[in-house]
Design a protein around this ligand. Structure first.
Ligand code: NDP
Length: 331
Protein backbone atom coordinates (compact mmCIF):
# COMPACT_ATOMS: atom_id res chain seq x y z
CA UNK A 1 0.00 0.00 0.00
CA UNK A 2 1.89 3.05 -1.24
CA UNK A 3 1.01 6.27 0.53
CA UNK A 4 1.69 9.97 -0.03
CA UNK A 5 2.75 11.61 3.21
CA UNK A 6 3.48 15.23 3.99
CA UNK A 7 7.26 15.55 4.31
CA UNK A 8 7.74 19.33 4.62
CA UNK A 9 5.42 22.33 4.68
CA UNK A 10 5.96 24.23 1.44
CA UNK A 11 6.75 27.93 1.26
CA UNK A 12 4.93 29.12 -1.82
CA UNK A 13 4.39 26.42 -4.43
CA UNK A 14 4.50 22.74 -3.56
CA UNK A 15 7.69 21.11 -4.83
CA UNK A 16 9.51 17.77 -4.85
CA UNK A 17 10.26 18.09 -1.11
CA UNK A 18 6.63 18.51 -0.08
CA UNK A 19 5.54 14.87 -0.23
CA UNK A 20 7.22 11.55 0.29
CA UNK A 21 6.09 8.07 -0.76
CA UNK A 22 5.99 5.35 1.90
CA UNK A 23 4.85 1.75 1.73
CA UNK A 24 2.96 -0.39 4.23
CA UNK A 25 1.22 -3.77 4.05
CA UNK A 26 -2.34 -3.66 2.67
CA UNK A 27 -4.63 -3.22 5.71
CA UNK A 28 -7.03 -5.94 6.86
CA UNK A 29 -10.56 -5.14 8.05
CA UNK A 30 -11.53 -5.64 11.71
CA UNK A 31 -15.16 -6.27 12.71
CA UNK A 32 -17.39 -3.57 11.20
CA UNK A 33 -14.69 -2.39 8.80
CA UNK A 34 -13.94 -2.79 5.11
CA UNK A 35 -10.91 -2.19 2.91
CA UNK A 36 -11.09 -0.06 -0.21
CA UNK A 37 -8.74 -0.22 -3.17
CA UNK A 38 -8.59 3.39 -4.29
CA UNK A 39 -9.35 3.94 -7.97
CA UNK A 40 -9.60 7.74 -8.28
CA UNK A 41 -8.09 10.40 -6.02
CA UNK A 42 -9.61 13.87 -5.92
CA UNK A 43 -7.11 16.69 -6.32
CA UNK A 44 -8.34 19.99 -4.83
CA UNK A 45 -7.07 23.56 -4.45
CA UNK A 46 -7.98 23.46 -0.75
CA UNK A 47 -5.23 20.87 -0.25
CA UNK A 48 -2.68 23.66 -0.55
CA UNK A 49 -4.25 25.34 2.48
CA UNK A 50 -4.25 22.09 4.48
CA UNK A 51 -0.43 22.04 4.21
CA UNK A 52 0.00 25.32 6.12
CA UNK A 53 0.18 25.25 9.91
CA UNK A 54 -2.20 28.16 10.42
CA UNK A 55 -5.64 28.36 12.06
CA UNK A 56 -8.32 27.37 9.55
CA UNK A 57 -11.66 25.59 9.29
CA UNK A 58 -9.90 22.24 9.52
CA UNK A 59 -6.60 21.26 11.21
CA UNK A 60 -3.57 21.12 8.92
CA UNK A 61 -2.23 17.79 7.71
CA UNK A 62 0.56 16.83 10.13
CA UNK A 63 4.12 16.23 9.02
CA UNK A 64 4.43 12.50 8.34
CA UNK A 65 0.68 11.98 7.95
CA UNK A 66 -0.97 10.50 4.88
CA UNK A 67 -2.19 13.41 2.76
CA UNK A 68 -5.89 14.10 3.30
CA UNK A 69 -7.87 13.43 0.12
CA UNK A 70 -11.31 12.37 -0.96
CA UNK A 71 -11.36 9.39 -3.30
CA UNK A 72 -13.50 6.77 -5.01
CA UNK A 73 -12.58 3.12 -4.68
CA UNK A 74 -13.83 -0.45 -4.67
CA UNK A 75 -14.37 -2.57 -1.56
CA UNK A 76 -11.94 -5.50 -1.74
CA UNK A 77 -12.35 -7.02 1.75
CA UNK A 78 -15.24 -6.52 4.13
CA UNK A 79 -16.38 -7.25 7.66
CA UNK A 80 -19.30 -4.83 7.25
CA UNK A 81 -22.56 -6.10 5.68
CA UNK A 82 -23.50 -2.65 4.43
CA UNK A 83 -20.40 -2.46 2.24
CA UNK A 84 -19.82 -5.88 0.65
CA UNK A 85 -16.90 -6.65 -1.65
CA UNK A 86 -17.18 -4.91 -5.06
CA UNK A 87 -19.24 -1.97 -3.72
CA UNK A 88 -17.98 1.30 -5.22
CA UNK A 89 -17.73 3.99 -2.54
CA UNK A 90 -16.46 7.53 -2.10
CA UNK A 91 -14.96 8.78 1.12
CA UNK A 92 -12.02 10.43 2.87
CA UNK A 93 -9.58 7.65 1.97
CA UNK A 94 -6.43 9.79 1.72
CA UNK A 95 -3.73 9.81 -0.95
CA UNK A 96 -2.94 6.10 -0.76
CA UNK A 97 -3.63 2.91 -2.67
CA UNK A 98 -5.70 1.16 0.04
CA UNK A 99 -7.72 2.52 2.94
CA UNK A 100 -9.67 0.96 5.77
CA UNK A 101 -13.04 2.42 6.76
CA UNK A 102 -15.80 1.82 9.29
CA UNK A 103 -18.39 3.46 7.03
CA UNK A 104 -18.08 6.96 8.50
CA UNK A 105 -18.51 9.66 5.81
CA UNK A 106 -18.88 7.02 3.11
CA UNK A 107 -21.22 7.32 0.15
CA UNK A 108 -22.12 4.43 -2.14
CA UNK A 109 -21.44 5.46 -5.72
CA UNK A 110 -23.93 4.63 -8.45
CA UNK A 111 -21.78 4.16 -11.54
CA UNK A 112 -24.91 3.55 -13.65
CA UNK A 113 -25.92 7.16 -13.11
CA UNK A 114 -22.47 8.61 -13.79
CA UNK A 115 -18.89 7.34 -14.05
CA UNK A 116 -16.84 7.23 -10.85
CA UNK A 117 -14.85 10.48 -11.46
CA UNK A 118 -18.10 12.46 -11.70
CA UNK A 119 -18.74 11.52 -8.04
CA UNK A 120 -15.66 13.53 -7.14
CA UNK A 121 -16.79 16.44 -9.36
CA UNK A 122 -20.32 17.49 -10.28
CA UNK A 123 -21.81 14.85 -7.94
CA UNK A 124 -19.21 15.36 -5.22
CA UNK A 125 -18.05 18.28 -3.10
CA UNK A 126 -17.42 20.63 -6.06
CA UNK A 127 -20.98 20.21 -7.35
CA UNK A 128 -22.50 20.63 -3.90
CA UNK A 129 -20.28 23.68 -3.28
CA UNK A 130 -21.61 25.25 -6.48
CA UNK A 131 -25.17 24.41 -5.44
CA UNK A 132 -25.11 25.88 -1.91
CA UNK A 133 -22.83 28.78 -2.83
CA UNK A 134 -25.16 29.90 -5.56
CA UNK A 135 -28.56 29.16 -4.02
CA UNK A 136 -27.91 29.70 -0.34
CA UNK A 137 -24.97 32.03 0.10
CA UNK A 138 -25.53 34.22 -2.98
CA UNK A 139 -29.34 33.93 -2.91
CA UNK A 140 -29.34 33.75 -6.71
CA UNK A 141 -32.68 34.47 -8.37
CA UNK A 142 -33.96 34.03 -11.94
CA UNK A 143 -33.00 37.02 -14.05
CA UNK A 144 -29.85 37.79 -12.06
CA UNK A 145 -26.62 38.57 -13.85
CA UNK A 146 -24.13 36.11 -12.37
CA UNK A 147 -20.37 36.41 -12.66
CA UNK A 148 -18.22 33.36 -11.87
CA UNK A 149 -14.41 33.22 -11.67
CA UNK A 150 -12.51 29.96 -12.04
CA UNK A 151 -15.43 29.25 -14.34
CA UNK A 152 -13.87 26.37 -16.29
CA UNK A 153 -12.97 24.48 -13.13
CA UNK A 154 -14.82 21.86 -11.10
CA UNK A 155 -16.94 24.22 -8.99
CA UNK A 156 -17.22 27.08 -11.50
CA UNK A 157 -18.39 24.95 -14.42
CA UNK A 158 -21.24 23.49 -12.34
CA UNK A 159 -22.12 26.87 -10.76
CA UNK A 160 -22.46 28.45 -14.20
CA UNK A 161 -24.69 25.68 -15.48
CA UNK A 162 -26.94 25.80 -12.42
CA UNK A 163 -27.27 29.57 -12.82
CA UNK A 164 -28.24 29.08 -16.47
CA UNK A 165 -30.86 26.50 -15.46
CA UNK A 166 -32.26 29.07 -13.03
CA UNK A 167 -32.72 31.59 -15.81
CA UNK A 168 -29.75 33.84 -15.09
CA UNK A 169 -27.42 35.62 -17.43
CA UNK A 170 -24.03 34.03 -16.76
CA UNK A 171 -20.56 35.41 -17.36
CA UNK A 172 -17.51 33.25 -16.72
CA UNK A 173 -13.90 34.26 -16.13
CA UNK A 174 -11.26 31.73 -17.12
CA UNK A 175 -7.69 31.53 -18.36
CA UNK A 176 -7.26 31.19 -22.10
CA UNK A 177 -9.22 31.21 -25.30
CA UNK A 178 -9.89 27.46 -25.29
CA UNK A 179 -11.52 27.46 -21.87
CA UNK A 180 -13.55 30.56 -22.71
CA UNK A 181 -15.00 29.09 -25.89
CA UNK A 182 -15.75 25.84 -24.03
CA UNK A 183 -17.82 27.85 -21.54
CA UNK A 184 -19.88 29.64 -24.17
CA UNK A 185 -20.06 26.94 -26.87
CA UNK A 186 -20.43 23.78 -24.77
CA UNK A 187 -21.78 24.86 -21.38
CA UNK A 188 -24.12 27.64 -22.48
CA UNK A 189 -22.52 30.57 -20.65
CA UNK A 190 -23.66 33.90 -22.13
CA UNK A 191 -20.16 35.36 -22.13
CA UNK A 192 -16.65 34.42 -21.05
CA UNK A 193 -13.71 36.66 -20.23
CA UNK A 194 -10.10 35.52 -20.61
CA UNK A 195 -8.31 37.08 -17.64
CA UNK A 196 -4.94 36.19 -19.15
CA UNK A 197 -5.53 38.95 -21.73
CA UNK A 198 -5.26 41.61 -19.00
CA UNK A 199 -7.55 43.24 -16.45
CA UNK A 200 -11.13 41.98 -16.70
CA UNK A 201 -12.49 45.48 -15.93
CA UNK A 202 -13.25 46.63 -19.46
CA UNK A 203 -14.55 43.30 -20.86
CA UNK A 204 -16.69 42.93 -17.74
CA UNK A 205 -18.26 46.35 -18.22
CA UNK A 206 -18.99 45.34 -21.81
CA UNK A 207 -20.49 41.97 -20.84
CA UNK A 208 -22.51 43.33 -17.88
CA UNK A 209 -23.12 47.02 -18.58
CA UNK A 210 -25.69 47.20 -15.78
CA UNK A 211 -23.48 45.38 -13.33
CA UNK A 212 -23.65 42.00 -11.66
CA UNK A 213 -26.17 40.78 -9.08
CA UNK A 214 -24.08 37.82 -7.99
CA UNK A 215 -20.35 37.29 -8.00
CA UNK A 216 -19.30 33.70 -7.23
CA UNK A 217 -15.62 34.08 -6.42
CA UNK A 218 -13.19 31.20 -6.71
CA UNK A 219 -10.10 33.29 -7.33
CA UNK A 220 -9.83 36.50 -5.22
CA UNK A 221 -7.15 39.09 -5.98
CA UNK A 222 -7.45 41.42 -8.96
CA UNK A 223 -10.44 39.58 -10.42
CA UNK A 224 -12.37 40.06 -7.17
CA UNK A 225 -11.46 43.73 -7.19
CA UNK A 226 -12.71 44.22 -10.76
CA UNK A 227 -15.90 42.35 -9.87
CA UNK A 228 -16.51 44.58 -6.84
CA UNK A 229 -16.23 47.61 -9.08
CA UNK A 230 -19.12 46.29 -11.16
CA UNK A 231 -21.67 45.31 -8.47
CA UNK A 232 -25.31 46.26 -8.79
CA UNK A 233 -27.40 47.51 -5.90
CA UNK A 234 -28.04 44.68 -3.40
CA UNK A 235 -25.50 42.44 -5.11
CA UNK A 236 -24.24 39.35 -3.28
CA UNK A 237 -20.65 38.13 -3.38
CA UNK A 238 -20.07 34.50 -2.37
CA UNK A 239 -16.46 33.88 -1.35
CA UNK A 240 -15.99 30.27 -2.33
CA UNK A 241 -12.23 30.40 -2.70
CA UNK A 242 -9.27 32.59 -3.58
CA UNK A 243 -6.89 30.35 -5.47
CA UNK A 244 -4.84 33.28 -6.81
CA UNK A 245 -3.42 33.70 -3.29
CA UNK A 246 -3.00 30.10 -2.09
CA UNK A 247 0.70 29.96 -2.95
CA UNK A 248 1.41 33.51 -1.79
CA UNK A 249 4.22 33.86 0.76
CA UNK A 250 2.92 37.21 2.04
CA UNK A 251 -0.79 37.92 2.51
CA UNK A 252 -2.29 39.48 -0.62
CA UNK A 253 -3.53 43.07 -0.14
CA UNK A 254 -7.20 43.41 0.74
CA UNK A 255 -9.58 44.39 -2.04
CA UNK A 256 -9.29 48.14 -2.53
CA UNK A 257 -12.76 48.33 -4.09
CA UNK A 258 -14.56 47.03 -1.00
CA UNK A 259 -16.48 50.28 -0.48
CA UNK A 260 -18.57 49.19 -3.43
CA UNK A 261 -20.29 46.93 -0.88
CA UNK A 262 -21.40 50.03 1.02
CA UNK A 263 -22.33 52.11 -2.01
CA UNK A 264 -24.41 49.28 -3.46
CA UNK A 265 -25.75 47.94 -0.14
CA UNK A 266 -24.21 44.70 -1.25
CA UNK A 267 -23.03 41.80 0.86
CA UNK A 268 -20.09 39.46 0.71
CA UNK A 269 -19.99 36.20 2.61
CA UNK A 270 -17.65 33.26 2.80
CA UNK A 271 -18.80 29.67 3.19
CA UNK A 272 -17.47 26.16 3.71
CA UNK A 273 -19.26 23.26 2.09
CA UNK A 274 -18.86 21.07 5.23
CA UNK A 275 -21.34 23.31 7.08
CA UNK A 276 -24.08 22.11 4.70
CA UNK A 277 -23.60 18.48 5.68
CA UNK A 278 -27.22 18.00 6.79
CA UNK A 279 -28.42 19.30 3.43
CA UNK A 280 -26.15 17.19 1.20
CA UNK A 281 -29.14 14.96 0.30
CA UNK A 282 -30.98 18.02 -1.09
CA UNK A 283 -27.99 18.98 -3.26
CA UNK A 284 -27.46 15.36 -4.32
CA UNK A 285 -31.09 14.99 -5.38
CA UNK A 286 -30.94 18.15 -7.50
CA UNK A 287 -27.53 17.45 -9.04
CA UNK A 288 -28.33 13.80 -9.79
CA UNK A 289 -31.56 14.81 -11.52
CA UNK A 290 -29.73 17.40 -13.64
CA UNK A 291 -27.01 14.91 -14.58
CA UNK A 292 -29.58 12.21 -15.38
CA UNK A 293 -31.56 14.55 -17.63
CA UNK A 294 -28.44 15.89 -19.32
CA UNK A 295 -29.15 19.44 -18.15
CA UNK A 296 -25.75 19.63 -16.52
CA UNK A 297 -22.62 18.47 -18.30
CA UNK A 298 -20.20 16.91 -15.85
CA UNK A 299 -16.64 17.60 -16.92
CA UNK A 300 -13.63 15.80 -15.51
CA UNK A 301 -10.02 15.69 -16.50
CA UNK A 302 -8.73 12.27 -15.49
CA UNK A 303 -4.95 11.97 -15.27
CA UNK A 304 -3.71 8.37 -15.34
CA UNK A 305 -0.72 7.53 -13.20
CA UNK A 306 0.12 5.91 -9.94
CA UNK A 307 -0.13 7.44 -6.49
CA UNK A 308 3.38 8.90 -6.84
CA UNK A 309 1.95 11.34 -9.42
CA UNK A 310 -0.14 12.99 -6.69
CA UNK A 311 2.09 16.07 -6.09
CA UNK A 312 2.56 16.85 -9.78
CA UNK A 313 -1.17 16.45 -10.38
CA UNK A 314 -1.99 18.80 -7.50
CA UNK A 315 0.37 21.41 -8.96
CA UNK A 316 -1.63 21.36 -12.22
CA UNK A 317 -4.49 23.22 -10.50
CA UNK A 318 -2.29 26.25 -9.92
CA UNK A 319 -1.17 26.55 -13.52
CA UNK A 320 -4.69 26.07 -14.84
CA UNK A 321 -3.73 22.81 -16.58
CA UNK A 322 -7.17 21.36 -15.81
CA UNK A 323 -10.58 21.88 -17.35
CA UNK A 324 -13.40 20.65 -15.11
CA UNK A 325 -12.73 18.43 -12.12
CA UNK A 326 -9.14 17.20 -11.88
CA UNK A 327 -8.91 13.55 -10.80
CA UNK A 328 -5.93 11.20 -10.52
CA UNK A 329 -6.72 7.65 -11.65
CA UNK A 330 -4.40 5.15 -9.97
CA UNK A 331 -5.99 1.82 -10.87
P1 NDP B 1 -10.70 24.16 -10.26
O1 NDP B 1 -11.11 22.93 -10.97
O2 NDP B 1 -11.41 25.43 -10.54
O3 NDP B 1 -9.14 24.32 -10.51
C1 NDP B 1 -8.46 25.48 -10.17
C2 NDP B 1 -8.51 26.51 -11.32
O4 NDP B 1 -8.18 27.78 -10.79
C3 NDP B 1 -7.48 26.26 -12.41
O5 NDP B 1 -7.96 25.39 -13.39
C4 NDP B 1 -7.22 27.67 -12.94
O6 NDP B 1 -8.05 27.92 -14.08
C5 NDP B 1 -7.66 28.59 -11.81
N1 NDP B 1 -6.54 29.36 -11.29
C6 NDP B 1 -5.39 28.87 -10.77
N2 NDP B 1 -4.56 29.88 -10.41
C7 NDP B 1 -5.23 31.03 -10.72
C8 NDP B 1 -4.91 32.42 -10.60
N3 NDP B 1 -3.75 32.82 -10.07
N4 NDP B 1 -5.82 33.33 -11.05
C9 NDP B 1 -7.00 32.93 -11.57
N5 NDP B 1 -7.35 31.63 -11.71
C10 NDP B 1 -6.48 30.70 -11.30
O7 NDP B 1 -10.76 23.90 -8.69
P2 NDP B 1 -12.10 23.67 -7.85
O8 NDP B 1 -13.28 23.89 -8.70
O9 NDP B 1 -11.96 22.42 -7.10
O10 NDP B 1 -12.03 24.87 -6.78
C11 NDP B 1 -12.36 26.20 -7.19
C12 NDP B 1 -12.33 27.10 -5.98
O11 NDP B 1 -13.34 26.70 -5.07
C13 NDP B 1 -11.03 27.09 -5.20
O12 NDP B 1 -10.74 28.40 -4.78
C14 NDP B 1 -11.35 26.21 -4.03
O13 NDP B 1 -10.53 26.49 -2.92
C15 NDP B 1 -12.79 26.57 -3.78
N6 NDP B 1 -13.59 25.59 -3.06
C16 NDP B 1 -14.25 26.03 -1.94
C17 NDP B 1 -15.06 25.20 -1.24
C18 NDP B 1 -15.80 25.74 -0.07
O14 NDP B 1 -16.37 24.97 0.70
N7 NDP B 1 -15.81 27.05 0.12
C19 NDP B 1 -15.21 23.77 -1.61
C20 NDP B 1 -14.52 23.41 -2.83
C21 NDP B 1 -13.72 24.30 -3.51
P3 NDP B 1 -7.67 29.05 -15.17
O15 NDP B 1 -7.05 28.31 -16.30
O16 NDP B 1 -8.98 29.65 -15.48
O17 NDP B 1 -6.69 29.97 -14.52
Amino acid sequence: NRQIRLAARPTGEIDENTFTVTEEPIPQPSAGEFVVAVDYVSVDPAMRGWLDDVPSYIPPVGIGEVMRAHAVGTVVASENDKYPVDTVVSGPFGAQEYAVSDGHDIMVVDTDLAPAPTWLGALGFPGMTAYFGLLDVAQTKPGDTVLISGAAGAVGSVAGQIAKLMGCRVIGVAGGERKCSWLTDELGFDAAIDYKQGSIGRPLRAAAPEGVDVYFDNVGGDILNSALAQLRTHARVAICGAISGYNATTPPPGPSRYLSLLINRASMAGFIIFDYRRRYPEAQAALQAWIRSGQITAAEQVEKGDITAFGDTLAMLFSGANTGKLVLQIR
